[in-house]
Design a protein around this ligand. Structure first.
Ligand code: ACO
Length: 296
């Protein structure tokens, strides 16, 4: 990570990427059923502008049905994940517009940052490669899993410029961090690194930056081996049931389980039962069943 203010960071060239509904602020690369969704404003430390938010909505819509995307990895170009909301283009530029127009800009951003990502139909991994501040915590938490570079620097820096972590940042951090840790960083604005983020549960793990992509690919490949219908329903079930009473959760999860089986084109449960009970060809405690039909 550089701290040289004027150093130009490498920007992904959208022209060399496969065509899609995205533009230059977000680029997508496909590799072995992994879609790398890259916030692409490295000169601005991938700060989230209204244009980036708008492109991201197009990307999420498109990848939902794109067979090249089995797992979505969200990351940033250059040495940053994202420096949070763009102070100039997102905040200052909307200070003087009317409340309806401002609400529209905020809604466009909330759409990708959590409304879509939180329950995205495909598994999502945030790969935190560098700076991660403020508003960037929302998509980070909304992704199902997260891996950071040890060297990545995180900060809830809102307090440093006299505002609160709004959008839904306070809510997002409360889902994955305990109150003592969250309030410490909300109230001090101190930074912390990838190791600390892992220790606090903000990310699943941290690895040296040199190993970050390899470890992310490894995790994505583990997910790609699983039944995609079960994965989709499991993550949605987990996130919704967390806010329910035990009684409500029991009823909801029974219905969700029936829905998952009913809507599974692979008939995974039957295949797995047969392979374990009849064929004795796998042990479910130690591995996934052998999928005979790959469809997403
Ligand atoms: N909004 C707008 N522009 C930004 C942002 C941002 N959040 N972050 C960086 N930039 C711009 C800088 O203005 C600068 O632009 P310029 O080259 O046109 O002058 C460029 O990105 C590079 O920034 P530097 O500060 O020179 O980069 P450096 O590597 O030294 O520092 C750091 C990186 C620590 C991320 C620093 O840019 C910074 O503190 N950014 C703001 C972080 C922040 O507080 N984000 C808002 C969180 S609150 C919220 O999201 C609601």
């Amino acid at each position: 990570m550089t701290t040289t203010r004027k150093m130009k960071a490498k920007k992904h060239n959208a022209k060399t990427r496969p065509a899609g509904p995205w533009g230059s602020n977000v680029v997508v690369e496909f590799e072995d059923e992994i879609a790398w969704v890259i916030m692409n404003r490295p000169d601005k430390r991938n700060a989230i502008s209204p244009q980036l938010a708008s492109e991201m909505n197009g990307v999420l819509d498109a990848l939902e049905l794109d067979k090249r995307c089995g797992v979505l990895v969200l990351t940033g170009a250059g040495d940053s994940f994202s420096a949070g909301m763009d102070l100039r283009d997102y905040f200052r530029a909307t200070d003087d517009v009317g409340p309806i127009e401002r609400a529209r800009v905020y809604r466009t951003n909330g759409m990708w940052q959590w409304r879509r990502l939180l329950h995205y139909p495909k598994p999502t991994i945030a790969m935190v490669n560098g700076w991660c501040f403020g508003g960037a915590f929302t998509p980070l938490v909304s992704c199902d899993l997260a891996i950071a570079a040890n060297e990545a620097i995180f900060g809830l820096s809102e307090i440093n410029w006299g505002i609160i972590p709004a959008g839904v940042v306070c809510k997002a951090v409360s889902v994955v961090m305990n109150q003592r840790n969250a309030l410490y960083y909300v109230m001090t604005g101190e930074t912390f690194d990838g190791r600390k983020a892992a220790e606090m549960g903000l990310v699943n793990e941290s690895v040296p930056k040199s190993a970050l992509r390899k470890r992310t690919v490894q995790l994505a490949k583990t997910l790609l081996e699983k039944n995609p219908t079960a994965l989709r329903q499991a993550k949605i079930a987990f996130k919704f049931s967390a806010g329910m009473s035990w009684e409500e959760a029991a009823d909801y999860l029974t219905a969700k389980s029936d829905q998952a089986q009913f809507s599974d084109p692979e008939r995974g449960r039957e295949q797995a039962m047969k392979q374990f009970l009849d064929e004795k060809s796998y042990r479910p405690g130690l591995q996934s069943y052998h999928r005979r039909r790959l469809r997403r």
